[in-house]
Ligand binder design. Structure first.
Ligand code: MG
Length: 217
């Protein structure tokens, strides 16, 4: 059923548009941890509701992200996403929604340098912003207030698409936005094992399903 009252669709970044698998593989390799083990420990971190950095702390107590990122740059294996990491449905979904007249935005919890990486992907968006640029991050209500302000629309006319219950679905719904829970990536699959505290407006397996939902008459 088409949600005709939705005027804007805003997307999270990690595991919504970007597949972070290669990024975590690269960190496992950098730390000398078997990938399978690294990913499994990340699953435990997610299940316990801990921040993702806890997986680094587990294998390397005192882990200094900035120092390690600098060392990776120097070694020619920099951290961060690029074109290879884009989920195959992301580009066509954003393009289709814009073609159908939706305002398309991207707003995720990302460091400031992610803005340039994201811009380099050349996706069709009306607005793309990272939390570090705004100085507020999910799940803060201020993040979603800023998003509505940037969109110039009331919260009820905005659909937020994300893979995390705690950072995307619950706080977006609390701010009055519609929500689409994207059931992909480790956070979505682990967090969906327990009943969601706030039912999402929609639950979708991929972004092609979102396109179909919003563009099928
Ligand atoms: Mg995400």
């Amino acid at each position: 059923m088409r949600e005709v009252e939705i005027k804007a669709v805003f997307f999270d970044v990690g595991e919504t548009l970007i597949n972070e698998g290669r990024i975590y593989d690269a960190w496992a390799d950098w730390l000398g941890v078997p990938r399978h083990t690294f990913h499994a420990v990340l699953g435990g971190v997610i299940a316990r509701g801990e921040p993702h950095m806890a997986v680094f702390e587990h294998f390397r107590p005192g882990f200094d992200l900035a120092a390690e990122e600098e060392a990776r740059r120097a070694a020619g294996v920099p951290n961060g996403f690029d074109e290879r990491d884009l989920y195959p449905d992301a580009r066509r979904c954003l393009a289709a929604l814009r073609r159908h007249g939706y305002v398309v935005g991207v707003a995720g919890n990302q460091p400031a340098e992610a803005a340039a990486r994201f811009a380099a992907l050349g996706l069709e968006t009306d607005l793309a912003a990272m939390s570090a640029e705004w100085g507020v991050e999910k799940p803060s209500p201020a993040f979603f207030a800023r998003l509505c302000q940037e969109a110039g629309l009331p919260a009820a006319e905005i659909l937020y698409v994300g893979d995390r219950v705690d950072n995307d679905i619950v706080p977006a719904a609390a701010a009055g936005l519609r929500t689409a829970f994207l059931l992909r990536g480790p956070w979505a699959h682990v967090q969906a094992l327990t009943p969601l505290p706030t039912p999402p407006t929609h639950t979708l397996v991929d972004l092609d399903a979102l396109t179909a939902l919003l563009t099928t008459p």
